[in-house]
Design a protein around this ligand. Sequence first.
Ligand code: PMP
Length: 404
Amino acid sequence: MDILKKCFDWDYVKQLRNNDTYPYFKSLEEKLGTETMVSSTKMIMIGSNDYLGLSNDLRLIESAAYATEKYGTSSSGSRFLNGSLILHQELEERLATFLNREKAIVFSTGFQTNLGAISSLIGRNDFAIIDRDVHASIVDGIRLGFGKMKRFRHNDMLDLEEKLNSIPSNAGKLIIVDGVFSMEGDLANLKEIVRLKKKYNARLLVDDAHGVGVLGENGRGTCEYLGVENEVDIITGTFSKSFGSLGGFVAGDKDVVDFIQHKARSMIFSASMTPASVAATLTALDIIETEPQRRARLWSNTNKFTTHLRQLGFNTGLTETPIIPIMMGNTFQTFLFWQELSAQGVYTNPIISPAVSEGSELIRTSLMATHTEEQLHNVLEIFELVGNKLEMIQTMHENVLMKS
Ligand code: PMP
């Protein structure tokens, strides 16, 4: 049997391309922040994770350029041997202080962070107890460590307790959740998870990729926002979202982070963050610490946008954050809606199975501190226009009436 036969036979993407409905790997011709260019057409970007609008901030660009001049374009090696710059160390110390943790280390991406940290901690005889909706990198980290995996229904604390109860009491247990769930924008029920973690003598890791910089009075993320920072053992995150850069981090007790630093294969056998990425991240951290008004603006945009979408009759699920899903319920409707929005100049993300379970397909939007009132007003008008054109708004109103 030819191992490549499955590739030649696979026509799902070919069909989408033939129908001109293929929505992925879109090449952006310019990066303009809240606006972008695709196929020479200007679009309002409402599908980026650049929550604070920092990826185009001149201060980040300048510090990245300066670091490139000083240290070059590549670190040319892994942290372990020849790719550690004084800048990496500075960022790690600054992060640990910012997050009130004993130690932090940085990886080249958020994905590599979870892969390395989790596979270091979860061995063959250990159990990872995870929410069904956690990020793919968490699942892959558990697989890489050959750990045992128990999944509980999304944010279902009864199911979490059942899973914890089913594990031998002397086995090592790590509960892992996203702080903010990346597809639907809802929060982990961290207060209850902490109660169960203590009851069952487990440890807790929170991947706060979408929370740090966004949530909490000081931007320390979901754990700060929910008042559980002291109860969460390990935090992981990324610099590709609110930090407007590239890379990831893990923070926690010194011994735990030290252990990960010397075990994580995705750190030891991979080149470190580039000088430009580290410098941009350091500047972003300065801004996160000193410009709370950016966060305030992000939240004001988020609240207005979500309220208006709900008033129009769109189902935005249980979001509590700048990630705002518009529930579609099937793949066809998702692609259709996405295509109409694109044609009207609005850039969004169509999310289908397996990224979400079947029946939960959605259009994902995410807001930025730098969106103007006018941009959001225009986007809402287009949502209303498209919703009416596809007779979705009426159907959604009817569904609400039927349920009430
Ligand atoms: N965790 C979560 C919850 C994420 O949403 C993402 C990015 N989609 C990652 C980890 C991976 O981060 P990165 O893009 O830096 O690899």
